[in-house]
Design a protein around this ligand. Structure first.
Ligand code: CA
Ligand code: CA
Ligand code: CA
Length: 310
């Protein structure tokens, strides 16, 4: 695998030199959730999740034909994708890390386990894993390319691929060894799979995405002529939400608005929450009293006519 990565890096370098004037922006890289907790769902780029959920995500490429000049075949034979690891961390709380990942989000370099913190006590230094980890760290569990799929971009070609899991921003590489490529037939083509596990403390919205930089993310007709495509991205939004059930009865503030379960207006329509008077702090009572004294309308639970924004 390492040999292949080195080879692809040299291709990438060559492309960067050759194609300064050839960057265009019409192709689309998209991420779709296709399974939640091992149950198939209609492919979507917006999904409601809870802590501990497992989400299987697939990557697709579409709309690349127009990226190539008419003078060359509009075929793709190489791709490299790199996840933006920072998008696996919620702006509010928690993570959605690849299955099997058991290491800090920010790698801790080490030469001996004695240098590692108690939560990640094992120092590993192998070609594919390095830094402080914990028992069972196996990033290969959360990543893959199913070459046999008929919608795989390079299906039917003599292909090679590798996935570099040495860092959290997993990098996917693949290319067809024949000097041909895949024409754009208007159908999105599968590139790879990622399995994410939402942490128990997660809330807010994850915007899972690739690295938006053409030296790290490109699709190319590598030989005899090389063209870099600078794709647009359709990220995957994973939103940890309060309501509907079971999140209205899990004792957690799932959407990070400081209100939990029946105290959160987002749970107001849940039968078990209807008629429940939210817990109110002393300051809340003061404000409530003032509102009542001024004749304002006060709603408990769900507020009629108000959109549920979570
Ligand atoms: Ca809750
Ligand atoms: Ca809440
Ligand atoms: Ca809420």
């Amino acid at each position: 695998m390492l040999n292949m990565i080195a080879r692809l890096r040299s291709i990438a370098f060559g492309l960067g030199v050759l194609t300064a004037g050839s960057i265009v922006e019409s192709s689309v890289l998209s991420l779709k959730a296709v399974k939640k907790n091992d149950v198939a769902i209609p492919p979507t780029n917006i999904l409601s999740v809870l802590g501990n959920d497992t989400v299987e995500v697939e990557f697709y490429l579409s709309d690349w034909a127009n990226d190539f000049p008419a003078s060359v075949p509009n075929h793709v034979r190489t791709f490299q994708l790199q996840l933006d690891w920072s998008t696996l961390v919620s702006p509010d709380s928690g993570t959605a890390l690849p299955m099997g990942w058991c290491a800090p989000v920010d790698r801790i370099n080490c030469t001996a386990s004695a240098q590692c913190p108690p939560t990640f006590p094992n120092c590993v230094n192998s070609p594919s894993v390095y830094g402080c980890t914990c028992a069972g760290h196996d990033p290969t569990l959360g990543v893959g390319i199913t070459e046999s799929r008929t919608d795989f971009l390079l299906n039917g070609y003599d292909t090679q691929f590798a996935i570099d899991t040495s860092a959290l921003g997993f990098r996917y590489f693949a290319f067809a060894s024949e000097n041909v490529g895949v024409p754009d037939t208007g159908v999105p083509r599968y590139l790879g799979t990622l399995v994410l596990v939402v942490s128990p403390d997660a809330c807010g919205t994850f915007t899972i995405n690739f690295v938006n930089h053409f030296t790290a993310t490109f699709i190319a007709n590598a030989t005899p002529k090389a063209y870099i495509l600078l794709p647009s991205f359709q990220p995957l939004l994973l939103t940890v939400s309060e309501g509907p059930d079971p999140s209205c009865h899990d004792g957690k503030d799932n959407d990070c608005d400081t209100l939990s379960d029946c105290d959160d207006p987002d749970c107001g329509l849940e039968p078990a929450c209807m008629g429940v008077i939210p817990t109110v702090s002393v300051w809340g009572l003061v404000i409530l009293t003032l509102l009542l004294l001024t004749g304002a309308k006060v709603y408990f639970g769900h507020q009629p006519g108000r959109a549920d924004t979570g």
